[in-house]
Design a protein around this ligand. Structure first.
Ligand code: DX5
Ligand code: ZN
Length: 219
């Protein structure tokens, strides 16, 4: 299982040195939590800080847009050439067109689902997205506990993916975001989750690389 630490939980005034300490051998992605103060109450950072992050690291970027107008915000991240750009299902009525515009850039298209959104929406959207970001907390802050209702949702999604991947001959990556730690990571690996985001578990520690290694399950 690959780990994508969220820099939201990193020491933001020392972000450069925090990024340079990350070991690309255990940390596969850098998760960028972009919040607009509207889709969620918090306001974090945007494309300028994201571009500065890119200059400090060769680790691929995982862009998570928690914004109300993804059709305006998504193109701002094209020049960064991230691994994926993920926007929320709840924020747009035109997800297919937006997903196609991301893929046209050679970037993976990501769809995020809030904990209250029915998982069945992926039936119609499966072939258009390369990645599903399964929120296991309501977006807005790092450091929230993993919602226990997430397990049933993830199990249903795993079953749906088994079937839909055959129908469309396409494997959608599953990424879990919110409250991931050493207690729940084993079960997430067993369920076949491809990537996990971790904010506080990785950065609120003395040794972020060691914390990330625990999540990967590799000794
Ligand atoms: C929540 C963000 C998450 C968060 C993860 O709105 O999307 O990525 O920063 O932080 P932890 O792992 O502390 O829940
Ligand atoms: Zn996130």
């Amino acid at each position: 299982m690959k780990v994508s630490p969220s820099i939201l939980a990193a020491p933001l005034t020392e972000l450069g040195s925090a990024l340079r300490q990350l070991d690309p051998g255990v940390i596969s992605f850098i998760h960028l939590d972009i919040m607009d103060g509207h889709f969620v109450p918090a306001l974090t950072f945007g494309e300028a800080v994201s571009a500065a992050v890119k200059k400090e690291t060769n680790i691929p970027l995982d862009v998570h847009l928690m914004v109300s107008h993804p059709h305006i915000e998504v193109p701002k991240y094209f020049p960064l050439k991230p691994h994926n750009i993920t926007f929320h299902y709840e924020a747009t009525s035109l997800p297919v067109r937006l997903a196609e515009s991301i893929r046209e850039q050679g970037i993976l298209s990501g769809l995020a689902l809030n904990p209250g959104t029915p998982v069945e929406v992926i039936e119609e959207l499966y072939p258009f997205f390369d990645l599903l970001l399964i929120m296991t907390v309501e977006p807005g802050f790092y450091g929230q506990p993993f919602l226990p209702t997430s397990w049933a949702r993830i199990e249903r999604l795993v079953k749906m993916r088994e079937r839909l991947s055959k129908t469309y001959n396409h494997h959608m990556l599953f990424e879990v975001d919110g409250g991931v730690n050493e207690q729940n990571c084993k079960r997430l690996r067993e369920l076949g989750i491809d990537m996990v985001v971790a904010g506080s578990f990785v950065f609120k520690s003395e040794d972020p690389n060691e914390r990330a290694r625990i999540l990967t399950g590799n000794d």
